[in-house]
Design a binder for this molecule. Sequence first.
Ligand SMILES: Cc1cc2nc3c(=O)[nH]c(=O)nc-3n(C[C@H](O)[C@H](O)[C@H](O)COP(=O)(O)O)c2cc1C
Length: 288
Amino acid sequence: MGKTLLGISASPRKNGNSELFIKDILKRMGEGWELRMVRLPELDIRPCKACYHCLFDQMRCPQEDDFLATLTLLAEADAYVVAAPVYLLSANGSLKGFLDRGLQFYGFVDRLWAKPGVGVAIAGIDGMEGSGKRDVESFVKLSMGDLRGSAVVYGALPGEVLLSEANGEIAERLARALLDPAMRLKPEGPVCPLCGGDTFRFLPEGRAKCMLCSGSGHWKDENGSLEFQIDPGDHPLFLDRGSVDRHLEWLRGMKGRFLERRQELKAVVKPYLGMGTLLEGQNKMSKK
Ligand SMILES: Cc1cc2nc3c(=O)[nH]c(=O)nc-3n(C[C@H](O)[C@H](O)[C@H](O)COP(=O)(O)O)c2cc1C
C-alpha cells in the first residue's frame, strides 16, 4: 500500500512557490507516495478561545471548523512538508493561526509523535527570511514531528522557486531526509545541543536562549566557532515523549491553580474593568 505525504502550504497563492516546492519534494521521493495538500489560508481555522477544553475529557476543541479535519489528515499521513512564504520577516500568519490551536496536538500525540517532517520557508528576497526558518521548524516540532530538516529557499514570482538549481538540490536533500532518518539535514553553523535549532537570543553575561526549544544556558567561543550549553528548563515541550506528557499534566493543573487564586485575581482585575473604548466588530465603537 502507498504512503501519504501531507503538504501543508501556508500561502494564499494557488500554485505559488510553497505548494510547487512541496510537489518538487514529492517528485523526488520516488514511487509509492501519494500527496495530500492543504492550503491553510483557504481553510476555516478560527482563533483559539483559550477555553482549555481540548486538554480534558475527549480532548477536542468545541469549535466546529476545519481544524480537526486538517489535524486528522496530519495524524493519518506518513510524513509531512510544511512550506510557508515569508511575509514581513516571518512565516505567513496562517501557519501561526493553525499552530495557535495546537494544544489539540496533545489529544493526538500517539499518532503525531516522531512523524517525519520537514519545513521550508520561501523568501522573495535573498537574506530577508527573518524568522521564517525557525517558524516552520517550530511548526514541525510543536506538532510533535521528527524534524528531519529545514531550509530557506528563494523565489519571488510564482514558479520562480523551481528555476534555481540550488533550490532543486535542497528539495532533493529534504526528500531523502524524509525517506531516511540517517539523511536528516544538519545546520552548517552552531546548533542547540538539545533540539538542533540554530536561532538564538543572546543575553547578558554570556548567556543565550534557543528560540526553537526555549532552553537557555551559555555560549562559548571555541577557536572562532560558537558552542552552546543549553539547559531544557522546567518546560521542555517536545524534547522527548516523557516531556510531552509532563507538560500536558502541568497544563491540566492550571485549572486547579486558577480556582485556588480566583479571588485574588478577581480583586486585582476589578479596577481595570470598563477602562477605555473597545473597538468591536464591523467598526462599531462602543463604550464598555
Ligand atoms: C505581504 C507580503 C510580504 C512579504 N514579505 C517578505 C519578506 O519579508 N521577506 C521576503 O524575503 N519576501 C517577502 N515576500 C515575498 C514572498 O515571500 C515571496 O513572493 C514568496 O515566493 C511567496 O511564496 P508563495 O508563492 O508560496 O506565496 C512578501 C510577499 C508579500 C505578499
